[in-house]
Design a protein around this ligand. Sequence first.
Ligand SMILES: [Zn+2]
Length: 331
Amino acid sequence: MIECIFTLDYEIYGNGEGSLQELVYEPTEKLKKVFKKWNARFVAFIEVAELEMIEANNSDQAIDLVKKQIQEFYGEGYEIGLHLHPHWYNARYEYGKWQLDYDEYNLCSLPQDRIKKIVDRSIEYLRKLLGLAYFTPLSFRAGNWLFQPTGSLAKALVEQGIKVDSSLFKGGLQHQHKLDYRRALKNGYYWRFADDVNVPDPQGALVEFPIYTKMVPIWKLLTAKRIGLQRKGSTKSQTGKERLSRFLDFIRLRQPLKFDFCRMTINEMLYILDKEIREDQENPASFRPIIAIGHTKDLIDIKTIETLLSYLRKKGILITTFIDIYKRHKC
Ligand SMILES: [Zn+2]
């Protein structure tokens, strides 16, 4: 059985440049319209740190629209997940520009008490925003997918009542941040874990639903659509060391291609789905959640997303949320 979960990283990613109205609010309204048409819901991974800081510094007038949109998500049955880029919390807003604190870029590598403070603070902001004193998101996604080393962050999330993570993408490798998800390539569609997100542990308190990836030869990553969006999205200039790390990441012959509903062409997505459908027909009893990812800033080609939703409907594939499958499949 195949089920599809669309996850949207709801944020201005990069160095904080750009407006909430243009990069978050308006594209999300367009996406919501399409999902409404198909009576489907997505998971909105709200990047809470930047919203709190933007609000506190009064740096973007559209913050009220964004907050209203998040409240509407909740009211209309969209899932609200927690997404965190911790380098926003010590950020300073000077002369119209954000100075982000890159010492706190990887939440996992901070001291335990700092991690706890950040996680607690982010959930507190969501509670205030929604006006729900006991709200706890079910699902989490780490900024830049960084969930290694896993232990301390997993502990802080579990303490808050979070039960699902969707940070990992199988085959992922980032030398600069010591991220290595290659070991997870041999794992199933989802698994419980404790101290290492790569390693299934049936006793673990968290369930990993990895972002769907497919290992492909590197040239397959270079479609015009992906290169265009990549260029548009990269706002931070790279240092020599960062360039070397990126080079080391890319010299592998096969690379993980994420199921990105903003960056993939329709043919790429249908190719993956058709392969899964064929495998599912051979073994329909096994549950195959497919987690797709997108970013508000990349929501340019809405027509392709609509074609994808219509294809899923035609094939009888359910579009759902973590809250729904967590309950139904007793993960
Ligand atoms: Zn993000």
